[in-house]
Design a protein around this ligand. Structure first.
Ligand SMILES: *Cc1c(COP(=O)(O)O)cnc(C)c1O
Length: 455
């Protein structure tokens, strides 16, 4: 190691190393400008130059109750006094066991077993492999079920399995030669609907399309994977009411497992603990990550039904074991953070306190909707999205290279609000503990950013 990296580096050195040494996710490194965050406090983050920001995207879907929450901090410290890590391969620890108990208690009915991993992509990967193996090992095996069904514009993570079910061209097209087969139905989009489709008949229309594919291919489909209610990375495509319910009914009718990827929408984000609750849906497999630990530590969970679990039971010699694992899966520090996160939901009545915040976000979006370059504003719970378009009538998008979303977010940053756009879509999803005041500041920063951009 060169001596310089052993010393306390200066701010300028840190910025230079950040540019040159750290390869940032989803970031063009040739154009990267360092943003070095050194401290958090509630919904605020502070950078190395002393600037203060409101965390407008929950440190990317993760943070729930604010940064440095005393209750979660203390839970992690307590766990550190016991043990930081033990493996879940043939062993366990009380904290992880208690978390499994808690998750099964609060999850939609029928999900009774928890497989722990460490990130959203791994939670999905686990679900895909479980579904595949289930069909081969159940008492009436269906080994021809080897492909999957997913929505257009889906995003389920960046490992090759989760990319195979993903459908965002810009992220996923490059890797096509490496991927397994996945059938696709169009996303139930209410902004860009085919001719003749209206908000009133959209649910029926999109479900009919789904049924067509299921009717034709169900014998070879192992599972359908969906992001319930909102397709996040797609630019917040908010599904019409009844769509998820219909997906559940159709997958059941055609004998296809349903994987609900609640990595983004779970943990209270939509106003209920799990998005599936809005439509009374119990999936066969449920994926959680991001907010699971309140945004503290990498931990993920894939919940499964009794029916799936049973197909994996047998003697050692039968080899029905789920031969899959992640070294840090179920890590006790992460489990301690997750348990504390769930306790805070009760103590602070997080979900009970959400409706006024959701309403306030809605009021801001109704105002922002009137600005000329805004084609659509979408909302689900404490998720807001503002889509910028070149032409409102034709809904023609701004060219990607114009970085319109970034222009607005750069302005917001100058006003002390941290946001990250999805192309032409400005997305707002602060920690659930955000105050009305802070929410006002985020939304007015977005509004002024859009006004600036059009000047
Ligand atoms: C972010 C995300 C993932 C991937 O989670 P990672 O922790 O980044 O691997 C999967 N599914 C959805 C819906 C997501 O939003």
């Amino acid at each position: 190691m060169p001596p310089s990296s052993l010393e306390q580096p200066t701010k300028e050195q840190l910025k230079a190393w950040d540019r040159r040494l750290v390869w940032h996710a989803f970031t063009q490194m040739a154009e990267y400008e360092p943003l070095i965050l050194v401290r958090g406090e509630g919904c605020r983050l502070f950078d190395i130059d002393g600037h203060e920001y409101i965390d407008g995207t929950s440190s990317l879907w993760c943070n729930v109750h604010g940064h440095r929450h005393p209750r979660i901090d203390a839970a992690i410290r307590r766990q550190l006094d016991e043990v930081a890590h033990v493996t879940l391969l043939g062993a366990s620890n009380p904290t992880t066991i208690r978390l499994a108990r808690r998750l099964v208690d609060i999850a939609p009915e029928g999900l009774e077993h928890v497989f722990f991993s460490d990130d959203g992509a791994t939670a999905v990967e686990v679900a895909l492999k479980m579904a595949f193996q289930y069909w081969r090992q159940r008492s009436d095996p269906r080994p021809q079920k080897t492909c999957y069904l997913a929505l257009g514009e889906a995003y389920h993570g960046d490992t090759l399995g989760s990319v195979s079910v993903g459908g965002v061209e810009r992220f996923h097209a490059m890797f096509k030669p490496l991927l397994f087969e996945c059938l696709r139905v169009p996303p139930p989009d209410l902004y860009r609907m085919p001719p003749g489709v209206t908000r009133d008949n959209a649910t029926c229309y999109y479900l009919a399309q789904l049924e067509e594919v299921l009717a034709q291919h169900h014998e070879r489909i192992a599972a359908m994977v969906v992001e319930p209610l909102v397709q996040a990375a797609a630019g917040m495509i908010v599904h019409p009411p009844g769509y998820l319910r219909g997906v559940r009914d159709l997958t059941r009718k055609y004998g296809v497992l349903l994987i609900a990827d609640e990595v983004a929408v779970g943990m209270g984000r939509t106003g209920r603990m799990f998005a599936c609750e809005h439509e009374g849906v119990s999936p066969d497999l449920l994926c959680l990550a991001k907010g699971l630990t309140g945004g503290y530590l990498p931990l993920a969970a894939t919940l499964a039904t009794e029916e799936i679990w049973n197909a994996f039971l047998g003697t050692y010699a039968e080899s029905k074991t789920f031969f899959h694992g992640h070294t840090y899966g179920g890590n006790p520090l992460g489990a301690a953070a997750a348990l504390a996160t769930l306790e805070v939901f009760d103590e602070e009545k997080t979900l009970e306190n959400l409706p006024p915040k959701i309403a306030r976000l809605g009021e801001h979006l109704d105002r922002i909707r009137r600005l000329p370059p805004v084609g659509d504003c979408r909302q689900c719970g404490l998720i807001g999205a503002v889509e910028l378009v070149r032409d409102r009538a034709t809904k023609e998008p701004f060219p990607w290279a114009e970085k319109r979303g970034w222009q607005v977010c750069d302005h917001a940053r100058r006003e002390g609000v941290l946001l990250r756009p999805l192309g032409n879509v400005i997305v707002i999803f602060p920690p659930l503990s955000i105050t009305l005041d802070e929410l006002d500041r985020i939304c007015t920063a977005v509004e002024r950013g859009i006004q600036q951009m059009t000047k």
